[in-house]
Design a binder for this molecule. Structure first.
Ligand code: SAM
Length: 255
């Protein structure tokens, strides 16, 4: 999977590329991340990327020419390849786990990071194949959203996470063939580690029991409970057993 990131702040990404998952994925050759300075695609002495909005109003807007030039140059490098051109924007489709799963099958993505008031709408209409938002809030630039999109998709590539099972048990996980103990579509269950007692707070007995069925049931129920309390809308999309339904009804009885 190759990412080409178009930004006016390529240095913004240096530290995240020197740590953790992105560093490992790049070092192992599973992902390539190439940074491109939008100003390298300008044609004036001042390397201008923005201009005032037509119709007046505050702020500046990214001009279309440098962005089109950058993306077209990157696309022409490998003409056969199917390239997703993704504009990071608060007006885009939400980046969910399901959206990250879908993107993780793409071979190549160009990520356009906006700034200021955003980008000229002709980029949206005639260049981007996708417009993606990381949430219903507004940041000052597309660099953090681009980093988040890369991490969310790269961690789904086979072999990137040391432990594939942990991904199958994460919150929002898609149903996985072969997952013995997955809780697809739910929020993750609570986790505990040593010590078994900390400031009088004890780890739940079930987790110390060594009984696999008891542990499985405890985790499933806690995941259902968390999801029911915090994100009940997710429950409409998961398949529930008779035992799950009974447990949820018992919670409703207590509420
Ligand atoms: N005027 C724009 C609006 O209200 O929709 C906001 C522009 S924002 C200040 C500048 C840039 O930050 C955007 O062009 C986009 O690239 C990025 N950005 C901000 N919030 C974002 C979000 N929630 N998801 C993705 N990108 C975002």
């Amino acid at each position: 999977m190759t990412f080409d990131v178009v930004t006016i702040f390529p240095d913004f990404f240096r530290s995240i590329l020197e740590h953790g998952l992105l560093k490992r994925a790049v070092a192992s050759g599973r992902a390539a991340i190439r940074l491109h300075d939008l100003r390298d695609y300008t044609d004036d002495r001042h390397r201008t990327v923005d201009d005032r909005p037509f119709g007046g109003g505050p702020g500046m807007v990214f001009k279309p020419e440098p962005i089109f030039r950058a993306v077209e140059a990157l696309r022409s490098e490998e003409q056969d390849e199917d390239v997703r051109v993704i504009l990071l924007s608060p007006q885009g489709h939400l980046l969910t786990q399901a959206a990250a799963e879908e993107l993780s099958h793409a071979a190549r993505m160009v990520l356009i990071c906006g700034r200021y008031e955003g980008v000229d709408e002709r980029v949206v209409e005639h260049l981007a194949t996708d417009e993606i938002s990381i949430g219903d809030f507004v940041l000052s630039g597309g660099e953090l959203p681009a980093a988040i999109l890369m991490e969310a998709t790269i961690r789904l590539l086979p072999g990137v996470l040391g432990n594939e099972e942990s991904r199958q048990q994460d919150s929002f996980a898609a149903p996985e063939v072969g997952s013995q103990d997955g809780r697809p579509g739910l929020l993750d269950c609570p986790h505990y580690t040593r010590p078994a007692e900390f400031r009088n707070w004890k780890v739940p007995e079930a987790l110390l029991s060594g009984d696999h069925e008891q542990i499985r049931q405890w985790r499933r129920r806690r995941a259902l409970e968390k999801t029911w309390r915090r994100r009940p809308e997710l429950l409409t999309r998961v398949s529930l057993s008779a035992d799950d339904r009974q447990w949820l009804e018992s919670l409703e009885g207590k509420a």
